[in-house]
Ligand binder design. Sequence first.
Ligand code: FAD
Ligand code: NAD
Length: 471
Amino acid sequence: ATEASEHDLVIIGGGVAGYVAAIKAGQEGMKVACIEKRGALGGTCLNVGCIPSKSLLNNSHLYHQILHDTKKRGIDVGDVKLNLKQMMAAKNTSVEGLTKGVEFLFKKNKVEYIKGTGAFVGENEVKVNLVDGGEQTLRAKNIIIATGSEATPFPGLTIDEKKVITSTGAIALESVPKKMVVIGGGIIGLEMGSVWSRLGSEVTVVEFLGQIGGPGMDAEISKTTKKILEKQGMKFKLNTKVLEGDASGEGVRLKVEAAKGGKQETLDADVVLVAIGRRPYTAGLGLENIGLEVDNKGRLIIDEQYRTKLPHIRVIGDCTFGPMLAHKAEEEAVACIEYITKGYGHVNYNAIPSVMYTHPEVAWVGQNEAELKEQGIKYKTGSFPFSANSRAKTNLETEGMVKFVADAETDRILGIHIVGPNAGEMIAEGVLALEYGASSEDVGRTSHAHPTLAEAFKEAAMSTYGKAIHY
Ligand code: FAD
Ligand code: NAD
């Protein structure tokens, strides 16, 4: 074997966490290598997550809008047909463009890209099983683990990505299933459920809890969102547990049970989407060779500087603590490199936004009412409906609202929750406000252009410390 090559930093995993850390390290002048096994950079997010799902959400929305929402706007359209193959091709074009873009950024920042599977053979040594055959060993002063996450399987249902699918199958179906049952009414369930519902599937979402949206979504916003999605044709079974599944027949049969009362029922589907959460992925990393352990949820244990108990080995992104979000991974990547090169870094975990890209979008940052109640924090709320916003009315898109939660005494903003048109873009202003410790009055006294949807944001702030003008 050839002698191990020496690096300042070796990163295992070329997802958002790993590739951003690699670029930042390159910018800081480090000799850095990034190991990725899937044959393309960008990880879950670019290849099978954020990007392909948003491509399908965008284009399925267009299709649905052309079918159902143009007549009243004075646009008569003729024969509208779905070309699913082309919709998938459009998705692939976006994915390929972006992953190639990351490769270009690697070259620009002198990051060595190694295609293969990395595993620890020593505390400073990583052996790579190369995609093209052969092996390579890298020695490094610093190592970052950024191996991401995978879908949590449902016990007893074998994933084949055709009939029993995770999100990976849901972005690649070759035909529109007649009936789809989604297990889990979190973000993946609602986003991918929306896509196939718009394209013609009869979609039923089975959710264990009493509300949809997954962890963090405000109860009032969740309720409003559910009503809107129901109007679009999605069906929901809340407070319902899936007991078991059987995929041995032509379709899939699920046995479900109401949480209260225990009434059982059978649901039949052509395709079942398992969307009950994701879990950290560290298989095959050789953690046992260096004595690193994971917690009971499979997360690698780290301190506030992302260090494991071997301080030169750090962990960022989905495979450790915190929300499994691409922009969270990105913040950690930059901070992690700053800890290595400068000794300090910064991520404000209280100001990481969440966005669900349904139509309309749902977005939030900070805490919701239930969380504040649980902590005994006194708060006040203010909200503004899009039905009273001039631009939303102009666009004939008036569903939803903006809601502020602020400290009862100081008026400092504690959380902002939106369901409505462009919520995902609008929340950026909320994140900035929270990051700067703004009060609702700070936002309410800031001029917002007219006529914009953002005026609903301003007026929700006004209604938190005083009164909105238009409602
Ligand atoms: P990953 O992206 O999972 O990357 C880890 C990489 O490491 C993978 O490419 C893997 O192949 C590689 N790897 C693992 N082990 C090894 C090894 N031993 N050697 C070499 N390589 C290895 N987040 C958002 O913020 N917005 C969204 O809209 C959004 N949409 C999503 C939609 C879907 C359907 C899914 C599934 C997720 C979505 N997410 C979204 C979450 C987002 O994808 C993740 O939070 C993000 O990808 C985490 O980045 P990461 O780098 O930690 O992990
Ligand atoms: P999630 O945690 O958002 O939702 C899972 C849902 O499944 C929860 O509501 C839970 O109560 C329910 N559930 C769990 N077990 C169940 C059972 N046996 N029967 C019925 N319901 C059950 O997880 P997800 O939707 O799978 O998403 C995984 C991760 O991917 C999340 O961390 C999410 O942040 C990330 N993601 C983000 C985006 C985005 O930012 N737009 C999009 C997709 C995925």
